[in-house]
Every structure is written in C-alpha cells, then in structure tokens.
Design a protein around this ligand. Sequence first.
Ligand code: BGC
Length: 441
Amino acid sequence: MPNATYTFPPDFKWGVATSSHQVEGNNENNQWAAWEQETGRIKQGHQAGRACDWWEHAEEDFDRAAALGLNSLRLSIEWSRVEPEPGKFDEDALERYREMLQGLLERGLEPMVTLHHFSNPLWLEKQGGWLNIGAIAYFDRYVERVVRALGEQTTLWCTINEPNVYAVMGYLQGLFPPGQQDFKAMRIVLRHLLRAHGVAYRTIHRLQPAARVGLAHNLHIFDPAKPGNLLDRLAAGGLDLSFNRSILNAVWKGWWTLPLGFGPAWSLHHTLDWIGLNYYTRALVSFDCGARDTLYGRLSHAPDAELLDGGYGELYPEGLERALLRMARLGIPIYITENGIPDSDDDQRPRALLLHLHRLWRVLQGNFPIQGYYHWTLVDNFEWADGWTQRFGLIGLDPETGERTPRPSADLYAAVAKGNAITPELLDAYAPELREVLLPQ
Ligand code: BGC
C-alpha cells in the first residue's frame, strides 16, 4: 500500500469563512433581524441574538483560528452598521472593522473581506431592496466608503456572496426575506446584484490599484436523475443554466444568458481578478411539470448517497473536483471561498473534510491556480432560515452561554493546515479508503 502524503503548494491559504449577520450579534438594523421577528420564518423561532459575539469579542475567535495554524480568514462587513441611515456613515463601526482586520493581520491571518453577504440595511429593504435599481448606486457609495476606510488592511475583496442563492431563496422559494415567489422578481434582483458587482469592481480598482476583486459563486451541481432520460437531462441543464452558467457568463464573458436575458453585458466583461467557489452538495433532477419553483426539475439525491444532517443533501466530495475543473476554464485564480457540512456530532465531518481536501489536491496536480481553501466555518453560527439547527462549526457553540467546544474536526483541520499536507496518519485515522489510491509522490 503506498504511503500517500498529499502535499499542498507552499503559499496555499488555509482559512475559515463567515459572514457578519451570522456571527456578530445584535445586528438589529438589517432585514434579517426584522425577518427573525416574524412567526414561522426561522426554524424553531430561533434568532441570531448575540450570535458568536464577534462585534464585542471577535479577537477571541481569531486567536482560535490562529491556533489552528490558519493563515487567512474570510469575513463580511455589515452594511447596516456602516451606513445605518442612507448616506449617514458610522465612523465608529468602520473603526471597529479596522480594528478587527488589524487583529487578523497581527495573528498572521490574511483578511478576505466580503462586502455583501445576504444582509441589507433596513432602509434599503424598505425601498425595495435589490429589486430597486437604485440599490446599485447605494452599494457603490457604501463600497467606496469601506474601501477608503479599510484599504490599508486588505487588498482581497469579495464583492457579493452568492447572488444566485440570495435571489432564489428570497424571490423564488420565499425562504429568505422578503419571502417572494416571483420568477420575474428573481431575475431582476439577480441582474441588479451582478451589475452592482461590476460597478464595485471598477470602484475598488480606482481606489486601490493593487486590489484583487472577486465574487463568491455557489456552484450547485445538478445531475439528471436518469442520465438516459432526455427530459431529466433538459431539466438538469435548465437548472444549471439558470443557477450557474448565466451568472458566470455575465461576470466573465460579459453576456446575459437566459433566464437573465440575452445579449451583451459589456460592463461586466472580465470583472473578476479571481472567482470564489462555494461548494456544498449536488442534486439529482427529474423532470416534473408540477415543480414550477425549481424550473420543472424535482430535486432528489442518489439512492445510495450518504446524507447530511437536517436534509441538507448528500455528501458528494467529487462535486468539489467537478466544480473546480469547471471554474478553472475561466483561466483566473480560484479561491474555495466556502465548503463544509452541517454535522452537530461531528460523526461525518472529519472524513468529509479529508475527502473534499483530497479532491482539491487532485485538481491542484493539474497546476490550476487555486489559491486557498476557506472552511465553512470556524464556530457554529446562525444558519439563516435554519436558525441554530444546522451546525457547521469546527468548533461547537452554545448560543445561550457562548461556550465553545472544539470538535475533532478542528484538530484534523489544524493538522492539515500546519503540515500543509494530508499525511498517511490522518488518512488512517479518518479516511482509510484514500490510502489505497496510488498516486505519484
Ligand atoms: C452561505 C452561508 C451559509 C452556508 C451554509 C452558503 O450558501 O454563503 O452564509 O451559512 O451556505 O448553508
């Protein structure tokens, strides 16, 4: 049996990712805070509350990230804190973010800063949120202010997190605020978000020529349930086009593709210095004329699939390799800006983590420019409409007391990051099936 050690490139970024509303606590001025007040919106009536208390004590978790041997951390700026009222910026909030980024740098953690991760200031939501074309200019003004304030601490910017998930969950499936189920609205929101990305890309570069600006795309894999069935293939292809291809075509090729439209989007052409991949799972798709919300594709999972907690889908590490190879066609640097699984008792995560990292390693052997991997997430955080029922943390959190309990996965991730490799010992302990893979050393 080969003694396989899978080594990663010398300057590889090992990080964790999170977002403001999910960790900061006491964010009361965004649309999620309002949504959490409405009955039936969040599982078990949960609220973000104090969340992981980052607004007061993020540095304690930065210490934990540094102790794991990580060298990068992705977080987001809460627009509603920075601009609590239209045009009125809060210098203290900007100062707090400056302090946080400085805290990361002092611990050897390179910050990746996301400018929009699902949450909007209430004042914007009241004006129609991203359905309102004015949101693009508002976003640009906010971005300019943030880049001016934090440009000394970072050059690595992620404009918008998962425009596709934001639009689909809020405007097609109605599970995120504002809870609409309107295909036309979903298209408009998505177009506005992508246009805002393009505008922000230029603004950031104007202010900071050395900036590296990207967008985090959630690439969900859609495979036909029966590959031999033409209708299943068409349904899977339609979902892939809508959820994945139309977005990448817009921000890279500068071209609107159905369902977003058809024709040039020149202002978006090549507005990426890198692309972020958020990869979680895949779906099998069967044609179903009753499944309007999902473009006539009924979603399921493979009959023999290993399932994840709380109906999150199947464990499908191969999807990470497929998604990376697909994104590599853009020919620009790639960051895995999110990858992880919900697993409160950590009975799947250690193996899942190694299986995913092994897929990443395989792609790296093709010399594709993959710069880093950000695990979702460091400490259990507020999982949107699932509240506290889904636990993605390497470290467990009791949201009542704030007590943190590292899970075995935290040690495993630390060992990989510190050694910059997956060693035979780790494989023996967590994923023996990978030891048998015969690969060049
Ligand atoms: C989002 C995160 C979320 C994660 C896990 C991603 O789509 O960007 O905010 O917590 O999925 O569901």
